[in-house]
Design a protein around this ligand. Structure first.
Ligand SMILES: [Zn+2]
Length: 481
């Protein structure tokens, strides 16, 4: 029979209630997701961490292609003259740029920026390939890494170099481009909720928080276990600003020249940080089954006894044949070690079989999220494991949703926001006049930044939480990663 995991073997990680930041770092390292490199702020994605990213990629790439997008690959260097074509864009990114100034031992005539994002490269290309309304829409995406010279860094949340995807599209009309912006926001929201089990608040960013050069930025915001906010994905509507700056034109059906309307949208390996901080617990990582590199770990119990290894191998084969990502650990580590190890790594299900189970034609399935153990008749193995994986997903989602709902509070005054943030923390839901001055004051006095103006608006009062003038929007505030 399975032993209970010996907790002492795993609790080399900090208690999350004592020091959440240290708990997070411990999990990233102990679950073997990431390692530090010799360059500050640049991390190594280890196989287990990278496998999570690969599963995220697979799921999202499918959605992008289903909605008519094509993958491309752009250069990683941007000539300075190109970057400078759009004023807001270059001003926003200038402090974080890293430059290449030498090539082949010689000083370059023009320095090249290592891409922090690729709008300018896409625009240069779009100018060359868009001439007629027949060339539109162009719906491109690229999977790549980008570089932003951040001053501080944290695994997955803030890297100088990180992996992401960036979608860039051009459309004949404003209406089409706006539709695209919303479509991609919804794809992200569905993905976070239905694959990552992370409930989201969908909304629009304020002018202060929007992307450099965008007309409007939409976001999906998530609440982490410590009640801080994580911006998990963004979708931008650019209007024709870049198109004008880069002189991109097309001949319309009316035979006149027009500027196309543009969008861009992206998510990054930051989402992995979100998964850790949404679902993890004091035993380590808890992975949502739909992106877990290993969904079920088969462990033979008393494997030296006759027939046990064969029975366990048979289980593994059946699970794999049913399309479940399963592995087996028949190493000589103890049962306690194995249980602790796969808890730490957040494997959704452990499937154990030993001599007693074999006598009864059953195996024992243990859930990572709840610790619950279920004896499963071997005849029902595949169906039960699939059902349990769905149940784990659902219960992770419900738990995170409860956290989000319980810690979102309607506040009427700045004082109330301050007190809420000091005592409990979470999302403060208020009305806002729309003025930058109030947004800055909220930051200064309550330590919160605006998260988003939710797409579903409510009228929680008539006046701005900060200045008392008539309110224009309902808005969420929080402390963000
Ligand atoms: Zn105000």
């Amino acid at each position: 029979m399975a032993q209970n995991p010996n907790k002492k073997q795993v609790t080399e990680i900090t208690d999350m209630e004592v020091d959440f930041a240290q708990w997070y770092t411990d999990v990233c390292k102990k679950a073997e997701l990431i390692d530090y490199s010799s360059i500050k702020g640049m991390f190594i994605y280890r196989p287990y961490g990278y496998a999570i990213w690969e599963n995220i990629q697979k799921e999202l790439d499918k959605k992008f292609k289903e909605t008519g997008h094509e993958n491309v690959a752009m250069p990683m260097l941007i000539p300075e003259s190109l970057l400078q074509k759009e004023k807001d864009h270059v001003e926003g990114f200038a402090p974080e740029c890293a430059w290449v100034t030498y090539g082949g031992g010689e000083k370059l005539e023009e320095r090249y920026c290592i891409r922090p994002t690729s709008e300018t490269l896409f625009c240069e290309h779009f100018k060359n390939i868009i001439h007629s309304h027949r060339d539109l829409p162009k719906k491109y995406n690229q999977w790549c890494s980008v570089l932003r010279w951040e001053k501080t860094s944290r695994p997955f949340l803030r890297h100088r170099e990180f992996l992401w995807q960036e979608g860039h599209t051009m459309h004949a009309t404003e209406e089409e481009a706006r539709e695209e912006t919303q479509r991609m926001l919804n794809i992200y929201a569905d993905f976070m909720e239905n694959v990552l089990a992370m409930p989201v608040v969908k909304g629009r960013k304020t002018d202060k928080e929007k992307f450099n050069g965008a007309e409007e930025t939409y976001t999906v915001e998530c609440m982490m276990h410590d009640r801080k906010a994580l911006q998990a994905g963004t979708s931008h509507y650019f209007g024709d600003g870049f198109a004008k700056a880069f002189d991109i034109t097309f001949t319309g059906k009316d035979n006149q020249l027009h500027n196309p309307h543009q969008t861009s949208w992206g998510v990054s390996t930051r989402m992995i940080g979100g998964i850790i901080m949404t679902h993890g617990d004091n035993n380590g990582l808890v992975l949502p089954p739909r992106i877990a590199p290993v969904q079920a770990m088969v462990i033979p119990v008393a494997q030296h006894k006759e027939g046990v290894l064969e029975a366990a191998s048979k289980l593994l084969e059946r699970l794999q044949a049913a399309g479940i990502r399963a592995k087996m650990d028949d190493s000589d580590q103890s049962m306690g070690w194995k249980a602790a190890e796969y808890e730490m790594k957040g494997v959704p299900l452990r499937v154990e079989i030993g001599p007693k189970d074999m006598e009864k034609d059953q195996c024992c399935v243990c859930r990572r999220d709840s610790g619950e153990k279920v004896f499963v008749p071997l005849a029902q193995l595949e169906d039960t494991v699939k059902r349990l994986l769905d149940e784990v997903h659902q219960s992770l989602f419900e738990r995170a949703k409860k956290n989000l709902e319980e810690h979102t509070k309607v506040c009427m005054t700045l004082e109330e926001v301050k007190e809420f943030m000091e005592t409990e923390g979470g999302f403060a839901k208020t009305m806002w006049c729309g003025d930058l001055e109030c947004e800055l004051k909220m930051k200064e006095e309550a330590g919160v930044s605006s998260r988003c103006m939710p797409l579903v608006q409510e009228q929680v009062s008539d006046i701005c939480v900060c200045c008392g003038k008539p309110a224009k929007h309902m808005i969420y505030w929080g402390v963000a990663y």
